[in-house]
Design a protein around this ligand. Sequence first.
Ligand code: GMT
Length: 374
Amino acid sequence: MKIGIACYPTFGGSGVLATELGKALAQKGHHVHFITYNQPVRLDAFVPNIYYHEVQVPTYPLFDFPPYETALASTMVDVIKNNQLDLLHVHYAIPHASAAYMAKQILKKEGKDIPVITTLHGTDITLVGRDKTYAPVVTFSINESDIITAVSQSLRDDTYKHFNITKEIEVIKNFVDVSRFNRKPIDAFKKMIAPNGERVLMHASNFRKLKRIPDIIRIFKIVNEKIPSRLMLVGDGPERPAAEDLCRELNLCDEVRFVGKQEQMEDILAIADLFLLPSETESFGLAALEAMAAGVPIITTNVGGLSEINIPGETGFMADVGDIETMGKQAISILEDDAVLKQFKIRAAVYARNYDIHNIVPQYEALYNRFCKV
Ligand code: GMT
């Protein structure tokens, strides 16, 4: 099958998921064409049946806002026509679903009907998409997609709650390549972060407000007062300067390491003992699933899709948004005893297998097969 994938090329979960899906489909023999404005971060190796088409957005003095969506739709048309694509799968509704609608209409006039699959990832529904500046276009273009999928049951419910969607939304949960996360810790790296064998707590995200980075630092403080530990913060974003200030204020600069954006999450997670994701909202929590796959228990809030992947007492614990005290106590209960920690680590890895790439990718292929036979 020849499949077009439009996504964000960044470290965000939707782009990571779309890229991993494309790589998995290519491994199964499909031809996968990525259409986006930069090389996706997880697209890091040459694979003969993976193609990358960069969306160029020419600037012009008139454009205070270069029209990316127009350039994207035009690139979609060009790639679909010149590579005889069988379908277009877009990840994150804004602006991919509306650009896909436009491309579909243009191609229809030329006698080609290209099926469009839209996968909803989270903030395109729960946050940004609901803004009334975007909502009519988001609603329209989701309804015009041939197939709509959501990455969790909770996101499916939210989509029906906030938008007037007249079609069935199918749930295909996010996945992880479990074999990739089965790494042994790199000793030198572990020594650098935790020179005296301290417990390593970790968080990875785009440091946006909804990730509640201050909660992470305060949870860590509670843990650190009882257990020798280090906090590793992976990623970057708008909340980082305030987070650094808070570390200074709480006198935690020696214990907290900001390591910036990282591509080798499997090596980084291999040295972690506990992953923290106390988000305000989270449609799925791919970062937490990757942690589980690496055998790292998780402490999360009980919002959105997090309560679908985190099994309290098994893979970690959950608490209400902002309940730092409870999350601190939960973290200590996992970390204070070697035997308990070991059991949580084993169970986290075992539960992650339910979301292994080999179980989930065939579900996408089954959707594609409704339109085209392999
Ligand atoms: O979490 C983010 O801010 C990034 C965002 C994205 O769109 O890339 O992640 C969303 O999609 C991920 C992949 O499906 C989900 O795992 C995240 O939970 C979701 N983020 C939110 O809902 C806040």
